[in-house]
Write a protein that binds this ligand. Structure first.
Ligand SMILES: NC(=O)c1ccc[n+]([C@@H]2O[C@H](COP(=O)([O-])OP(=O)(O)OC[C@H]3O[C@@H](n4cnc5c(N)ncnc54)[C@H](O)[C@@H]3O)[C@@H](O)[C@H]2O)c1
Length: 455
């Protein structure tokens, strides 16, 4: 159950003169909110502020997204066109690729990507590029808030320096804070406005302004922390917690499998304990834009302080190795049937990184496909949410693929199905009936039979 957010404390200190105009505009919901980076995070955020009555101007380098939004169309499931279009038509929500207009916004919320480099180090190049664009038009009284997930210190070391290159001084002429996005795509219970917003300023005035802005738009309220660093660390703590627990339950799955114990039965029983246990489910690895990426922002930064984040590194090792474990299970099961993987027809069921979403980022399905192709399997996939497999930077050698329909003919021809994502709309019982071997990484099937291999 979500905890009630604490009443948002303010510092109570008088705001510097440059902040007074913005504070008044926020109170009247007349402050123009600029959202930079209109992706999975930025678009729902822009929508939330527009629905709260603020004029919103979104920015993106992707002209196609800007054009789509201009037509009132959406490309993000949890910011549907039905909610966007009336606001666009009423002129309350607009989008632009013209970064000279950044100065039109009273508050700029930065939601650009923060991926890892191929060496698994933070890639803050998008944040730097955005900061430089914002610095070029920065004006007295503007508030800048970074929302992208990142290591503690990004806001007050990196971003502040880039913005102060404009000649304006943080905390006096302009204001700077960090507030992490906590979006959970596909979660029907919690949208952007329902999730308490953690806010930390680089200085007290910046924190006060950012707190006032979010409190005016988010019904779940604001949780004020003492600094931008504390807010950055809060977000990383949440995601490290998930990454480590996913690794733990994946390790338990492999241990119990050796011992002939069904991990799903154990988890069902363990979660009946009313306290002290929080369930995480095992799977084919970890995926999505956040969990496989963010923890390494912290372990990288920790090294600067001579500290090592061993749980993070170990969780990475275990979770990254899961696709290999799944393929090993398939290999073993085919072997028992006298078949090599080479030449076998294998259908991967689900490409998205989690149930009922269309997001393929960092999905373990790609690694599984890559491993199977390397072993000479004939692969195909089905995903009701992803009709065409996108090109993936980490798997450049994968061929172009389209989702196949689960017809009786298709299922009748495959040697095995690997359930990678447990999308709700799939008729699993039918798959089971028509396919000789199912490798189940999600606990879709709970019975035990020779045609079903948990992995
Ligand atoms: N997706 C999530 O569920 C989620 C949840 C919490 C936090 N986050 C964090 O939020 C940040 C954004 O993630 P996302 O999922 O929205 O990414 P995304 O890729 O969906 O969106 C990023 C957008 O930024 C645009 N962009 C790139 N460079 C730009 C620039 N220089 N100026 C303007 N726009 C630019 C891209 O075109 C894209 O539309 C990341 O730091 C991520 O870790 C994401």
């Amino acid at each position: 159950m979500a905890e009630t957010p604490s009443a948002a404390p303010t510092t109570g200190a008088a705001l510097p003169p440059a902040a007074a105009g913005l504070a008044a505009a926020i109170a009247k919901r007349r402050a123009t909110v600029g959202v930079v980076g209109l992706g999975y995070v930025g678009l729902p955020l822009a929508l939330t502020f527009a629905e709260a009555g603020f004029p919103v101007l979104g920015f993106d380098v992707d002209a196609a997204k800007v054009e789509q939004l201009g037509r009132g169309e959406s490309y993000v499931d949890h910011a549907p066109a039905a909610r966007l279009a009336p606001l666009v038509a009423a002129g309350k929500l607009a989008a632009s690729a013209d970064f000279d207009r950044l100065g039109e916004a009273d508050a700029l919320l930065l939601c650009v990507p923060t991926p890892l480099t191929p060496q698994r180090e933070p890639d803050v190049s998008y944040v730097v590029a955005t900061a430089r664009a914002a610095a070029a038009t920065l004006r007295r009284g503007q508030l800048v808030v970074l929302e992208s997930t990142t290591y503690p210190g990004t806001t007050d070391e990196l971003l502040r320096g880039e913005l102060e290159a404009s000649g304006l001084v943080c905390g006096q002429n302009f204001f700077l804070a960090y507030s992490p996005e906590r979006e959970d795509p596909g979660n029907a219970c919690y949208g952007t406005a329902d999730i308490p917003k953690v806010v930390g300023g680089v200085d007290a005035a910046s924190g006060d302004l950012a707190e006032a802005l979010y409190a005016a738009a988010l019904k779940a309220g604001v949780v004020r922390v003492s600094s931008a660093r504390a807010a950055e660390a809060t977000k990383l703590t949440e995601n490290v917690f998930r990454g480590v627990n996913i690794a733990l339950v994946n390790e338990l799955k492999m241990v119990y499998d050796r011992m002939g114990i069904d991990v799903w039965e154990v988890l069902d029983a363990a979660e009946t304990k009313p306290f002290g246990f929080m369930r995480f489910n095992p799977g084919p690895g970890w995926g999505g834009h956040c969990i496989p990426v963010d923890p390494f922002y912290l372990s990288w930064k920790a090294r600067e302080y001579g500290a090592s984040a061993r749980f993070i590194e170990l969780a990475g090792e275990i979770n990254v190795a899961m696709p290999q474990y799944v393929v090993g299970k398939l290999q073993g099961a085919l072997n028992e049937r006298g078949k090599p993987v080479k030449g076998s027809k294998v259908l991967v069921l689900g490409l998205a990184y989690k149930k009922d979403v269309a997001d393929p980022r960092e999905s373990p399905a790609f690694e599984i496909l890559d491993l199977l192709l390397g072993l000479g399997a004939e692969v195909s996939y089905h995903d009701p949410h992803i009709p065409v497999a996108p090109a993936m930077r980490s798997w450049p050698d994968l061929p172009e693929m389209r989702s196949v329909e689960l017809t009786a003919e298709v299922l009748g021809e495959v040697d095995a199905v690997v359930v990678v994502t447990d999308h709700s709309s799939v008729d699993y019982a039918r798959v089971r009936r028509l396919v000789p071997l199912v490798i189940d990484t999600r606990g879709v099937f709970r019975d035990h039979s020779s045609s079903l291999v948990p992995a």
